[in-house]
Design a protein around this ligand. Structure first.
Ligand code: NAD
Length: 367
């Protein structure tokens, strides 16, 4: 009992569901954290070593992200303890069985996450008619292909210009992780006059102060190659991206990449957190003390979930982009104004805003 309620507080979680289907060796957990604003949206993660604690933390992060984005949705998450690289037929069966098991959990809408994708969401939708991040053929907006999150990052950068000493025109940008988020962030930022001077992936870093061609790098990645195979520039190790001379630094790869051991190598004046939890709380505080503006993940990387919510409500791709622009512009500004007014870090300001919205939404509900 205590283990299950270890993470309970005044916001949630509302429900914790354990799923076990011995025939398929299916073991999964669903955490519906908070549904005051509407049914919870959150990804389904498939990894062999997922934990209950991880599921709680991710579900809460979705409550905060959806509230901060002003969506009519609460937060939830699900985890399936299995190898995502299992044979395709078995994966389909596992995901379909998982979908059936949550058929009656109507306040949880499933989205893709690590180990699942739009195909998996199509199976869930086929079983129970309740999933987001669907393929285009069945009404989905492929958010990674269109660059929903990268677009939101560029909008946040536009707003940040009023709160720090960085101008997008001519700003030198370094991107850690040239995947769905990183490459589109680079594309939308360079379209606004910035120059991509460094990019990295799991194989290494490429640096060229004169500028890197975003399309050419994206083409390399599409061929399954690394950014270090780009024709001109200096090739460095994977983690060298942290110390690259730049104005804007965008983590768009893994969590926990900035810690007290490397935070002071960061040269940028503006950090836009594309990845989830890229910096430890101590490292974020240190950046704040140094006068580096670090825009919190759940404010600026909400483009993907905003796109998913628009898809769920039957909207089009152009409506999704319009909504991402409006919401990320408004929320980044509200966060940075609260930061100034309350003299706190951007994360404290953002957390305060999101929490306030959740608590207010809860006041409108009976239970
Ligand atoms: P992706 O798999 O498309 O791309 C990740 C890229 O990072 C790959 O190019 C990979 O080679 C690289 N990489 C992996 N480890 C690295 C390392 N240690 N150093 C440098 N590069 C490394 O993933 P994505 O969808 O772009 O997501 C990136 C991050 O953003 C994840 O943390 C994800 O949770 C978060 N996020 C994604 C979205 C979205 O819409 N896709 C939305 C919000 C947050």
């Amino acid at each position: 009992m205590n283990e299950l309620f270890k993470f309970a507080d005044d916001i949630g979680p509302a429900k914790v569901i354990a799923i076990h289907e011995p025939k398929l060796a299916l073991r999964a957990i669903v955490v519906v954290d908070n549904v005051a604003a509407g049914p919870a949206i959150g990804g389904c993660r498939m990894e062999p070593d997922v934990t209950l604690e991880e599921c709680f933390r991710l579900a809460r992060a979705m409550t905060m992200k959806n509230a901060a984005a002003g969506l009519p949705h609460g937060g939830g998450k699900s985890v399936i303890a299995a190898d995502p690289a299992m044979p395709p037929e078995r994966k389909e069966l596992t995901i379909r069985a998982f979908a059936q098991a949550i058929r009656d959990v109507r306040d949880y809408i499933v989205g893709p996450d690590m180990g699942t994708n739009e195909r998996a969401m199509a199976w869930v939708h086929d079983e129970i008619g309740r999933a987001v991040g669907l393929p285009r053929e069945i009404g989905g907006i492929p958010l990674d292909e269109v660059g929903a999150t990268g677009f939101g990052i560029a909008i946040a950068a536009e707003v940040a210009q009023d709160f720090c000493d960085v101008r997008l025109a001519g700003a030198r940008v370094a991107v850690q992780g040239f995947g769905a988020v990183g490459k589109h962030a680079a594309r939308f930022l360079t379209a606004r006059g910035a120059v991509l001077v460094a990019a990295s992936d799991s194989s290494g870093t490429i640096v060229n102060p004169k500028g890197l061609d975003v399309q050419a790098l994206a083409a390399l990645k599409a061929e399954g190659k690394s950014v270090v195979e780009y024709g001109s520039g200096e090739r460095l190790g994977r983690d060298a991206i942290v110390g690259v001379e730049c104005d804007i630094w965008i983590p768009a790869a893994r969590p926990d990449v900035v810690t007290m051991s490397n935070v002071d190598s960061l040269r940028a004046k503006l950090i836009i957190q594309g990845a989830n939890i890229p910096a430890s709380p101590e490292a974020e505080q240190r950046l704040h003390q140094r006068g580096v503006l670090s825009l919190p993940d759940f404010i600026v990387n909400a483009g993907g979930v905003i796109c998913a919510a628009v898809e769920y409500h039957g909207g089009t791709q152009s409506l999704a982009f319009q909504t991402i622009e409006e919401k990320i512009r408004e929320n980044t500004r509200a966060t940075l104004e609260a930061m100034r007014r309350r003299k706190v870090s951007p994360r404290e300001a953002a957390t305060g805003l999101a929490r306030e919205r959740v608590v207010r939404a809860m006041e409108y509900r009976r239970f």
